[in-house]
Design a protein around this ligand. Structure first.
Ligand code: HEC
Ligand code: HEC
Length: 156
């Protein structure tokens, strides 16, 4: 009896598999039945690009919501290259240049090795790609609802 049930199940699974793949052949692309936060787009179509975000000028830095938050970038970063060969951010924010450029120095944590916390003589490789952690402040609507509350110690 058990064997019979198993055999029936196996055949059933095979049949549904065949039906599914036949359907996929008739309708390649499509949305794959998925709808993301950007809405549904058929794979075979190129959707128009989203409008560029606005980075308001002369805005102060938005206050932190929790301790040890990477501060947001209060200025535009268009065309600021950060690559193997160049790091535009450090042209203003490194300890060497910050005073002359009137920019905030990167903090001492950016010179520490991530594992042992040793202080290095130059920016730690783990802090080289600034935009992994820092993002520009944009006039953007949150993608998803969020009821996160600023920690008590930072509340005004
Ligand atoms: C031309 C110089 C310049 C360059 C290049 C530059 N910044 Fe800045 N940045 C500043 C100045 C000046 C400030 C101080 C606030 C202001 O006046 O906008 C600042 C502020 C910041 C702050 C806020 C610091 C704080 O005190 O909270 C962050 C974070 C930051 N920049 C990150 C970056 C990153 C990341 C890059 C590279 C993608 C970058 N900056 C490139 C000049 C620069
Ligand atoms: C791994 C994440 C990470 C990376 C990568 C990183 N930062 Fe930061 N940054 C932080 C955090 C977290 C803070 C706040 C705490 C602190 O000072 O360490 C901070 C603070 C800062 C500050 C404010 C310092 C102050 O005294 O208020 C500046 C300016 C800054 N970062 C610039 C940069 C620049 C420029 C780069 C790239 C060379 C960079 N950061 C790369 C996480 C990061």
């Amino acid at each position: 009896m058990k064997r019979l049930v198993l055999a029936v199940l196996a055949v059933g699974m095979m049949l549904t598999g065949v039906v599914h793949s036949a359907e996929a052949l008739n309708h390649p692309g499509g949305t794959g039945g998925l709808s993301s936060l950007r809405g549904a787009t058929n794979l075979e179509e190129t959707r128009p690009a989203d409008p560029m975000k606005r980075y308001p000028r002369d805005q102060g830095t938005i206050n932190s919501d929790y301790v040890y938050q990477p501060p947001l970038i209060p200025h535009t970063i268009r065309n600021y290259e950060v690559s193997l060969n160049a790091n535009k951010c450090l042209a203003c924010h490194s300890w060497k240049n910050a005073n002359d450029m009137g920019a905030t120095k990167i903090s001492v944590t950016h010179y520490q090795s991530p594992r042992q916390g040793q202080v290095l003589s130059d920016v730690s490789p783990s802090r080289y790609f600034c935009l992994q952690c820092h993002v520009p402040q944009a006039d953007a609507k949150p993608l998803v609802d969020n009821d996160f509350q600023r920690v008590d110690a930072l509340r005004e």
